[in-house]
Design a protein around this ligand. Structure first.
Ligand SMILES: NC(=O)c1ccc[n+]([C@@H]2O[C@H](COP(=O)([O-])OP(=O)(O)OC[C@H]3O[C@@H](n4cnc5c(N)ncnc54)[C@H](O)[C@@H]3O)[C@@H](O)[C@H]2O)c1
Length: 325
């Protein structure tokens, strides 16, 4: 039975991925490398670090603390476990923070991507029987920059307009270039606005729901600002399909809900649960690219991906979780 190596595996996406890979018997064991990085001020009143609980009660998980850009650590783990699948989710995942510190932001997306691929080549060259299957790089919809058309597909121009998107795209280029050179099968996933229980990074969905629960006013930055909100389970299912199906080899996929929804629509859904909820329309954050719908036709056709959770259902599930804590 196979092993998976997941960088950033204690994170929101990495931990759900680990659980699903084991539950669906795609791998026997998940080796997790995480540096326990913190991107949100832990003194914020509603901050909760779920990291310790994310993989509680899940068998066959091995957790190593360390940085994915550290050559010795990554090489040691790859030599020891010879994972068939590598999922590289480790990164500083919040655009606002990446934009303040390009050097720190490049560690996960640039340095670690190069390091993992080169360490993998070393192990492959030294163990001829190593049947490596896939390197999966988690990119972002921010690599497109401002969406120039109503719907963006994987062939649309990558034209990031801020640092986070630029470095996520740099990681894609490194993934493709090194994988082609060393003949490593890879898959690139482009998620967007992932949400759901146990995210602790205070993204817009969490901020809006927490404000609604607390009875505070919501500020909507940009009335027409749209995001392709994607429920965590859908992203994980899509990422697993993309990394295990043959058609996913050396391919790039948008894995999202496939429908841009405005921030105002999000708040209107919340108003069904909180009729007295008040909101104010404010000007949009200029650094954010103008986004919307990502086409998922390629993923539908090549790997059979179909999202199951609508924004309405997803908010209901996330709300239930956030109400309890
Ligand atoms: N959540 C989203 O909406 C979203 C959207 C698009 C892309 N992504 C991408 O998905 C990936 C995972 O995001 P997430 O939402 O799970 O974030 P997260 O913050 O919940 O998880 C990231 C994890 O990686 C770890 N980490 C960070 N840098 C590391 C390093 N250099 N070495 C080892 N561990 C490191 C952190 O400690 C954390 O546990 C990121 O690459 C992010 O850019 C996320």
């Amino acid at each position: 039975m196979k092993n998976a190596f997941i960088t950033g595996g204690l994170g929101f996406i990495g931990s759900e991925l680990a659980k699903s890979l084991i539950k669906n018997k795609i791998v026997k064991k998940c080796i997790i490398l995480d540096n326990f990085g913190s991107f949100i001020n832990p003194l914020k009143s509603n901050f909760k670090d779920y990291r310790q609980q994310r993989l509680d009660n899940v068998k066959n998980i091995l957790i190593e603390r360390g940085d994915a850009s550290n050559e010795q650590i990554v090489l040691k783990l790859l030599q020891k476990y010879k994972p068939e699948y590598i999922y590289h989710t480790a990164a500083l995942p919040l655009a606002k923070i990446d934009n303040l510190n390009a050097k720190e932001a490049s560690i996960g997306s640039v340095d670690a991507t190069r390091n993992i691929l080169e360490s993998l080549v070393f192990v492959k060259n030294n163990y001829k029987k190593y049947n490596f299957k896939r390197f999966v790089y988690f990119s972002s919809s921010m690599i497109y920059g401002d969406f120039k058309t109503k719907i963006i597909n994987e062939s649309s121009n990558a034209n990031p307009k801020e640092i986070y998107g630029t470095l996520k795209l740099a990681g894609e280029v490194i993934t493709k270039g090194l994988s082609n050179y060393y003949n490593i099968p890879y898959t690139i996933i482009r998620p967007s606005a992932v949400y759901g229980p146990k995210d602790m990074n205070q993204r817009v969905s969490q901020i809006f729901i927490n404000k609604a629960i607390a009875g505070s006013n919501i500020n909507i930055h940009g009335k027409d600002e749209k995001l392709d909100f994607t429920y965590i389970e859908d992203l994980v299912r899509g990422a697993i399909l993309a990394s295990t199906k043959k058609n996913g080899i050396n391919n790039t996929f948008n894995i999202t809900n496939g429908r841009g929804r405005s921030l105002l629509e999000f708040v209107v859904i919340l108003k069904k649960y909180f009729p007295n909820l008040k909101y104010k329309l404010k000007s949009r954050d200029k650094f954010r690219p103008k986004r919307g719908t990502l086409s998922i036709q390629k993923a539908k056709k090549l790997i059979g991906y179909k999202p199951k959770i609508s924004l309405e259902e997803g908010i209901n599930k996330y709300l239930k979780f956030l109400k309890k804590i």
